[in-house]
Design a binder for this molecule. Structure first.
Ligand code: FES
Length: 640
């Protein structure tokens, strides 16, 4: 009689196995992705499968319930205590007796994919560095005087194929009571990132209380963190707080100056940001309802100055040419080395930096958006005080940073403010009457809607609002291609206000758009466009296939208005998309998929960096980009 033929879905992996082979063993033999924490002892239920019975002409198979052994006592006990869904079997208990088709549901796949909200975004495949393993350890024996740790290490090697897991003093301190309390059965959290595997924690018996990781993006203005379940990838909490370093300087250069001018300046800023990281970890754990000691890992990204300050490295070298990083490499540390209170043995991973101006946050954006995997030529712009720009496809990826300044965030704008309730964020100007309508953060209605709350406090314009209003002014003929605001006589609009030799547009009450505002946005957008154009020169192209706007601010920019202003090169507007906080997403990918860490390290090593400060053509492009949208470049995709 021939051995049973088994097909696993959805992977399609198939082959013959000896009758009586468990589904879990068959899956392992055929390379099928089927989870197990207890190693096939019928405890964890991670191995659940759904066998399919009937005629399957597509596969040339007919299967019956007799294809698998009947439910055994272990499954019955599991069903009684925790419940087994109808049609489900424990893969480690069910034996294959005849031809079978067995579905592995997503929650039983080790490398299950975590859903990302954007349809075109790359999926995150679960492969975390820290995992749980249930092991049975041999009891001590007078005949063989080995230590408990050595027998645990041997059990991990024999039962899980982890030959080199090492425990430290803390492991030793918890090991003996855990082994005895668990009757020589324990669950261990093992961290492997690179050649070394480390035992981080030991629980008596079977532990399924969850282990967690934090993905943190340290921005100059805000710090954001996602607390993720390391088994499922689920985001259990997302928290954000202001970076308390703001009291030392609004932007990066003022913080570097603070470090230069004050003997303890860098140390003060390090202390402030580390306190904030601890607050963030505490808030995330509280929001998720877990103990923060169950956070076993954190992945941290940030621009070079934030990266250095979190690490306690003086950022002074980043403030002057040649902008030398202390290290560009990825870092593996203990959380306690940066005073971060998580699990006492929690590990940290810092993504690599790309260059002195292009940090680990940009590396995370590259990991999230993956231009190196794109057939299309992709332009990725992370818009902030400094814009980080990538251009590339499968052939190669180029990167630069461009000094856009803070105008896009509402700074240096006469009525500018941060994106907060009360800020005008969307603007439309009627091209005939030149009358504006706008929307304010905190309300859903437009200003001319009957349900616009009459008592709305309108406090200023945020970054997206200033881009939209200037683009709308250009479309309505209130600003010419050189950026000059017209007078009331020239435009016929009573909203134009004379200010000495220049003019301003009254948007609402005393909120004006001044000539200085238009100039500030022109400088910022010229820097952004010039950086992108420089990369296009180096790539040898005049066009790009796709544009991705990243960063919290990028999430709010209207692609059409960005193109009307000439912030980005011409592109089909349908192919200009927003990636939201791509740096935070990149940090989450690196947290949940250890292979992605090697991928980003290799990518950063292969990216060709273009230094805008020493490229003579940058200035040329900058000057030409000062016009709205541009002095010479064509924008055929702009609506007429
Ligand atoms: Fe744990 Fe089957 S592998 S219950």
């Amino acid at each position: 009689m021939t051995d049973p033929f088994v097909i696993f879905t959805p992977s399609g992996q198939r082959g013959r196995v000896a009758p009586g082979t468990t589904v879990l063993a068959a899956a392992r033999a055929l390379g099928v992705d089927l989870d197990s924490v207890c190693g096939g002892r019928g405890i964890c239920s991670r191995c659940q499968v759904a066998p399919a019975f009937g005629a399957f002409p597509k596969h040339g198979l007919t299967t019956t319930e007799a294809a698998l052994s009947p439910r055994n006592a272990v499954e019955d006990r599991y069903d009684r205590i925790r419940g087994l869904a109808p049609g489900r079997r424990l893969g480690c208990q069910a034996e294959i007796l005849a031809d079978a088709i067995i579905d592995v549901p997503p929650e039983s796949q080790v490398h299950r994919q975590v859903v990302r909200k954007r349809a075109e975004a790359r999926a995150i495949t679960m492969d975390p560095a820290t995992r749980l393993h249930y092991v049975e350890v041999r009891e001590p024996d007078m005949q063989e005087p080995s230590g408990d740790l050595q027998r645990l290490e041997r059990a991990l090697a024999e039962q899980w194929g982890i030959p080199d897991a090492k425990g430290d003093l803390r492991t030793l301190q918890m090991l003996q009571p855990a082994l005895r309390k668990g009757d020589w059965k324990v669950t261990v959290a093992v961290h492997r990132d690179g050649p070394e595997a480390r035992i981080l924690h030991v629980w008596p018996g079977y532990y399924d209380g969850g282990i967690y990781g934090l993905a943190i993006d340290v921005g100059s203005t805000t710090i954001a963190g996602h607390l993720c379940d390391l088994a499922t990838g689920e985001v259990r909490a997302s928290v954000g707080l202001m970076n308390p370093q703001i009291r030392f300087g609004e932007d990066l250069m003022s913080r570097v100056s603070y470090a230069m001018l004050n003997p303890n300046g860098a140390a003060e800023m390090t202390k402030a940001v580390r306190e904030a990281l601890n607050t963030l970890a505490g808030q995330a754990a509280a929001e998720a309802g877990i103990e923060r000691a169950l956070i076993f890992e954190a992945v941290i990204v940030g621009n070079p100055v934030m990266h250095h300050l979190v690490l306690g490295i003086d950022p002074v070298e980043l403030g002057q040419a040649p902008f030398a990083l202390a290290t560009a490499d990825a870092l593996h540390l203990w959380a306690e080395e940066i005073d971060l209170t998580l699990h006492p043995d929690a590990r940290l991973y810092f993504l690599p930096c790309i260059a002195g101006h292009v940090g680990a946050d940009a590396a995370a954006v590259a990991l999230s958006e993956s231009p190196q995997l794109s057939d299309d030529l992709m332009l990725v712009v992370d818009v902030g005080t400094n814009a980080e720009i990538f251009l590339g496809n499968r052939a190669r990826v180029l990167a630069c940073s461009s000094p856009t300044g803070p105008a896009f965030e509402g700074a240096q704008i006469s009525s500018g403010q941060r994106a907060a309730p009360g800020a005008i964020e969307r603007v439309e100007i009627d091209p005939v009457t030149r009358e504006p309508r706008f929307r304010v953060i905190g309300t859903d209605a437009w200003s001319d809607d009957p349900d616009f709350p009459p008592d709305t406090a309108i406090t200023g314009i945020c970054g997206s609002g200033i881009i939209e209003v200037i683009a709308e002014m250009r479309l309505a003929g209130l600003v010419d291609a050189s950026g000059l605001i017209g007078s009331a006589e020239a435009t016929g609009s009573p909203r134009m206000v004379a200010q000495g030799r220049t003019h301003a547009y009254r948007l609402h009450g005393d909120i004006l758009v001044t000539q200085g505002d238009v100039r500030a946005i022109q400088l910022a957008k010229s820097a952004l466009y010039a950086g992108a154009r420089l990369l296009m020169d180096q790539f040898g192209t005049d066009t790009v296939d796709r544009v991705v706007l990243a960063g919290a601010f990028g999430a709010h920019i209207s692609p059409r208005h960005a193109m009307v202003l000439g912030m980005i090169p011409d592109c089909d507007l349908a192919r200009v998309t927003s990636a939201g906080n791509a740096a935070g997403t990149g940090a989450r990918i690196a947290l949940l998929n250890v292979a992605a860490r090697r991928e980003v390290e290799a990518l950063v090593g292969s990216i060709h960096k273009v230094e805008t400060a020493i490229e003579p053509r940058f200035q040329e492009h900058f000057v030409a980009a000062n016009a709205i949208p541009h002095a010479t470049a064509a924008f055929p995709h702009l609506p007429p």
